[in-house]
Design a protein around this ligand. Structure first.
Ligand SMILES: *[C@@H]1O[C@H](CO)[C@@H](O)[C@H](O)[C@H]1NC(C)=O
Ligand SMILES: *[C@@H]1O[C@H](CO)[C@@H](O)[C@H](O)[C@H]1NC(C)=O
Ligand SMILES: *[C@@H]1O[C@H](CO)[C@@H](O)[C@H](O)[C@H]1NC(C)=O
Length: 397
């Protein structure tokens, strides 16, 4: 793995000048058989009216469009993103399609202690930190270290304390590769100077109907299955793990292990409201399941999402031990869908609704740096390499 980083560095040095700019819309396009993706290394503020030049401000390594064919042979753009990259700044907290880092998800009370020193973080989610705060990786410029027809590698040099309270430089590499109806993501990061928390994810939001369904533009009719996830990190009212790990009984609203079920199947259950934050009355899911995949099942997907309407199914394979599932309760009604979404007779009015999408975020156990009793490996230092992998395989029902 270390060899890989060195190779990437050499790549970026040698090829840096040769890597083409993104298209006029600010996006790079990757293609392989049966799949096409667009990604951005930057987000773009606006066209400067005086010199007619785009002014870029950062938005990290995000996937903006992902096209696959449905069961009817129609190509659909099944991820949340924006046509106009200038939309991204207003919706930065959502991390639409991006890679939050260097420590994703929540950190309790915006602090942690490492080797006897307490570090204080950027508080942006009540008393907690979310996605490393207002200067996390979702707000940064990434470089393009390598580019081919079907693959792109983004790199980031994250200086010490540039996300407040995260010591030591981190060098990160994120590679998106397309192959036949498959999107693979590999990340690695090193912290050569100092121990630091490291936990990454790919924060894509899905709507497998691409908002084309005439009967609904909400996510509830998508089917979801996590066969190896009978355990959940118990959340407190602000969705921070309490430290307790709870077993999910079959048939309870958080049961997606006993068989595939619709994401909205539990919506009439009294537990539905507040299930993703009792403090806020959040309805649906914003919870972290533990993935207990037996080695005998090494080649099985850990999660499967599908929609009967488009007939699109995605199987997710990952080396991560947790899965955050968020059904977009907090998505406002001011996010335009893309012109590659919707379509004749679609239920959408051109804007996403709350509960119109689902984010599936493979990563380690949330706030593990404050729960040494869990024994998670979430602190990395000199001589170590953090790695993350997920593969998304598409097929039709
Ligand atoms: C935040 O912390 C303060 C002080 O400990 C506490 O009084 C307050 O209830 C906490 N707020 C939330 C939303 O948990
Ligand atoms: C880290 O950054 C914050 C501002 O974001 C600053 O207040 C603090 O002093 C810095 N800490 C170190 C150790 O440089
Ligand atoms: C939901 O999916 C079922 C099949 O699972 C289908 O019969 C029904 O029409 C769908 N409803 C909507 C609103 O799409």
């Amino acid at each position: 793995m270390k060899t890989l980083s060195v190779l990437f560095i050499i790549f970026s040095a040698v090829q840096g000048a040769a890597i083409p700019s993104p298209g006029p819309d600010g996006k790079y396009t990757l293609t392989a058989e049966g799949i096409r993706a667009q990604v951005i290394p930057l987000r773009c503020r606006q066209l400067n009216r005086v010199d007619r030049l785009w002014q870029f401000i950062p938005f990290g390594a995000a996937i903006t469009n992902l096209f696959v064919e449905g069961a009817d042979g129609v190509e659909r753009d099944i991820v949340i993103g924006f046509d106009d990259v200038s939309e991204y700044p207003a919706h930065g907290l959502g991390h639409y399609g991006a890679v939050p880092g260097r420590y994703t998800n929540r950190i309790g009370n915006a602090q942690y202690t490492m080797d006897g020193v307490t570090y204080y973080l950027d508080k942006i989610d009540g008393n907690n930190t979310l996605h490393s705060g207002r200067n996390g990786w979702g707000y940064r410029t990434f470089n393009v270290a390598a580019l081919s027809e079907n693959s792109i590698t983004f790199s980031i040099h994250d200086a010490s304390n540039s996300s407040m309270g995260m010591p030591g430089d981190v060098d990160g590499y994120i590679t998106y590769t397309l192959s036949q109806k498959t999107w693979s993501v590999k990340m690695e990061a090193t912290a050569p100077q100092h121990k630091t928390p490291l936990m990454l994810t790919q924060h894509t939001y899905w709507n497998l109907d691409a908002f084309g369904n005439p009967d609904t533009d909400l996510i509830w009719n998508h089917s979801y299955y996590m066969p190896f996830s009978q355990r959940l990190l118990e959340p407190d009212p602000s969705m921070l793990p309490t430290g307790r790990i709870i077993s999910i009984p079959a048939g309870e609203i958080n049961d997606f292990w006993s068989g595939p079920r619709l994401l909205g199947a539990g919506s009439n259950d009294p537990l539905w409201k507040g299930n993703c934050g009792s403090e806020s009355g959040c309805e649906g899911y914003n919870n972290c399941w533990i993935v207990d995949k037996p080695t005998s099942q090494a080649t099985a997907p850990v999660a499967t999402l599908s929609s009967a309407w488009s007939g699109i199914k995605v199987d997710i394979y990952t080396d991560q031990a947790g899965m955050q599932v968020y059904t977009c309760y907090w998505t406002g009604s001011d996010l335009p869908i893309k012109k590659t979404q919707g379509g004749p007779g679609a239920a959408t009015d051109g804007f996403m609704k709350p509960s119109g999408c689902v984010a599936l975020e493979p990563h380690d156990w949330v706030d593990g740096i404050n729960h040494p009793e869990w024994g998670r490996k979430q602190i990395y230092g000199p001589g170590e390499t953090y790695t993350w992998e997920a593969t998304y395989k598409f097929s039709t029902l």
